[in-house]
Design a protein around this ligand. Structure first.
Ligand code: ATP
Length: 214
């Protein structure tokens, strides 16, 4: 049996402790040895990240160079098309085979908007969803249909995540970090310190690159 491998997608503009700490706790909880960070390609018709793709990857490298739990996969940045999670998962599934347990990590805010994701109904045929808590977001889904879907797929048996290739939702007991990349960008624009919000190596990179300044 292959071991459970998890992927964590995001814009990471920039990566911060609200990404890293909950996901590290999740890894402990479910026994993950490796997490692949998947920086998104933001399509041209959407608001663009302030940092460009190369800078966002550089910041991921700065944040994780001393953390062997993490690796970085830039496949979504190499496509011209939007970063549909379902399409990325299909390529990973094709590479790794049908038996490999795969988890896709999201925060609670992303779970709440899942019904807006492209082909969201197909996600659980490709992966498990591993959900981190995020303060300030409801714990109930906003429609009875979505709540019923969630309740149907939730598991509290961690072994299911390892024994099955896909199909379960795991609501992780992760620490709460009230941090967003938006807040960090705004604080930088206002010349406010961000010391407790993201790794020092990322702050040093942001300073060197002159990012998030007017
Ligand atoms: P922005 O403020 O620019 O929208 P963000 O801080 O929400 O960005 P993203 O890169 O959009 O970060 O998020 C990637 C993933 O990380 C999403 O699944 C999101 O739910 C999750 N996430 C982001 N911040 C937190 C947090 N503080 N706690 C838990 N999950 C988080």
């Amino acid at each position: 049996m292959s071991e459970l491998h998890a992927l964590f997608g995001g814009t990471f503009d920039p990566i911060h402790f609200g990404h890293l700490r909950p996901v590290e706790a999740l890894a402990q909880q479910v026994g993950l040895k490796r997490i692949t960070l998947l920086p998104n390609n933001v399509p041209p018709h959407r608001p663009q990240p302030e940092a460009n793709a190369a800078q966002r990857v550089d910041m991921l490298r700065c944040a994780t160079e001393t953390l062997p739990l993490f690796e970085i996969d830039t496949r979504e940045l190499q496509r011209e098309t939007p970063s549909w999670t379902v399409a990325t998962l299909e390529t990973l599934r094709a590479e790794r085979g049908q038996q490999q347990p795969l988890g896709f990590i999201i925060g609670q805010d992303s779970l709440l908007t899942l019904a807006k994701w492209h082909r969201w109904q197909d996600l659980l045929s490709l992966c498990h969803l591993l959900v981190c808590k995020r303060p300030g977001y409801a714990t109930e889904m906003d429609s009875p249909e979505m709540q019923a879907w969630l309740d149907h797929h939730i598991t509290q048996d961690v072994q299911q995540l390892h024994q099955r290739a896909a199909g379960c939702i795991w609501l992780a007991e992760t620490p709460l970090y009230n941090i967003s990349a938006t807040e960090i960008r705004q604080r930088r624009h206002q010349n406010l310190a961000c010391d407790d919000l993201l790794p020092a190596a990322v702050i040093a990179y942001i300073d060197r690159a002159g990012l998030y300044r007017d």
